[in-house]
Write a protein of this length. Structure first.
Ligand SMILES: [Zn+2]
Length: 381
């Protein structure tokens, strides 16, 4: 079992600070996990991730299975050594990518058949196959194969979907328990709560998974286009069912505001492509909200992207230089903006954790939300 301890609980909300212990190191929560889908966090070096205190990164099973292939990963002793990353890794099962990327997919009770979006080859992923591939990749935390219902979806569809997902989760667990890690360290398996926006479906999914006793629980199928309030409601509802002593992971979320709201509702772990994707598009996160660094108002601006940020970008460069890099399409612009954005998210989690341990989470959240809203108004002028 994954060792996870909550060390501080906010007395006024469900926010909590804790840590989990993997063979590749301790992860302090709440935690933001940079996304390295294909074995690389886009435009950011591994040494920069270490320097900015990224505690754990993500890889994606569907992508890594296709390229470089599990044979290559196995030759190198797993993903950690292949990409030279000494800290924990989590792999998404690939269910979401199978559904969204493959040209052709056939869902059956036994698994999902799909045609690769790369070479047209056909593969069949059963829950058992997914676990085998995740063993070969060798992440510390691995996810069950699930089906993420689209939004919006009819209740009848969602009902069938969570039945399938539950079935697959149990089969994943069975294979996980009857197989061994291929490398010299432990792996842990998380279940994924689905159920769309229907609370009774969410309840069914969560209760069934909790009964099966996973190492941790993810909430999937959110941030798929629903209003933020609906995402918060579902999150609040599900965390009330999930056990206190297991980590909770809200998949694919979100903005700094989303993170603070979800932490208030009892979430410990997050992943999102937003810091790197937005960074590559000149969108920079700051404590005063998001700015577009290509904006002409920054032509002579000497200040760093974000006051008080301790990242390499902010310690060394002005807004004017970043604006220039983007305007002349220099690769360094993408790198520096991505680096800053990631550190911004990681720093936000570190500050939040401190606020929880010092009993001032509510005040911290409210101050931050007020500030985060500022810039959006200013930039509109
Ligand atoms: Zn910075």
């Amino acid at each position: 079992m994954l060792e996870f301890k909550v060390i501080n609980r906010d007395t006024r909300t469900k926010a909590r600070a804790g840590f989990m212990q993997t063979d590749h190191g301790t992860i302090k929560t709440p935690v933001f996990m940079p996304v390295g889908t294909r074995g690389s966090v886009k435009a950011v070096e591994q040494r920069e991730l270490l320097e900015m205190n990224a505690q754990i990164i993500l890889g994606n099973t569907y992508h890594l299975f296709q390229r470089p292939g599990v044979d290559a990963l196995q030759k190198f002793g797993g993903m950690h050594s292949f990409i030279s990353w000494p800290r924990p890794i989590l792999t998404d099962s690939g269910g979401f990518q199978i559904l969204s990327l493959s040209d052709l997919r056939k869902l059956s009770p036994d698994g999902v058949e799909f045609r690769s979006h790369l070479d047209g080859a056909t593969y069949f992923f059963t829950p058992e196959k997914t676990i085998e591939v995740e063993r070969q990749i060798g992440a510390d935390i691995i996810m069950v194969l699930d089906e993420c219902a689209p939004y919006p979806a009819e209740k009848e569809y969602v009902s069938k979907s969570i039945e399938l997902t539950h079935n697959w989760a149990m089969r994943c667990k069975e294979r996980f328990e009857t197989s061994q890690p291929l490398y010299n360290y432990n792996q842990y398996l998380f279940g994924i709560v689905q159920g769309g926006m229907y609370l009774d479906m969410r309840e069914r999914s969560a209760k069934e998974l909790v009964a099966a006793d996973f190492d941790g629980y993810a909430i999937g199928g959110l941030a798929v286009g629903e209003p933020a309030e609906e995402m918060y409601n579902v999150t609040d509802f599900v965390t009330a069912i999930l056990p206190e002593e297991k980590p909770r992971y809200l998949m694919g979320v979100g903005t700094p505001e989303n993170l603070l709201e979800a932490i208030e509702r009892g979430i410990d772990m997050f992943d999102c492509v937003m810091p790197t994707r937005n960074g590559r598009n000149a969108q920079v996160f700051t404590t005063e909200g998001t700015i577009n660094i290509k904006n002409a108002v920054y032509k002579f601006e000497e200040s760093p992207l974000c006051a008080n940020c301790d990242c390499y970008t902010c310690k060394n460069f002005s807004k004017a230089y970043l604006r220039h890099l983007f305007n002349v399409d220099e690769i360094l612009g993408l790198q520096l903006a991505s680096l800053h954005n990631l550190r911004f998210f990681i720093n936000l989690m570190e500050q939040t954790r401190l606020a929880i341990t010092e009993g001032r989470f509510v005040e911290f959240k409210s101050e931050n939300l007020t500030r985060l809203k500022n810039k959006k108004i200013m930039e509109e002028f």
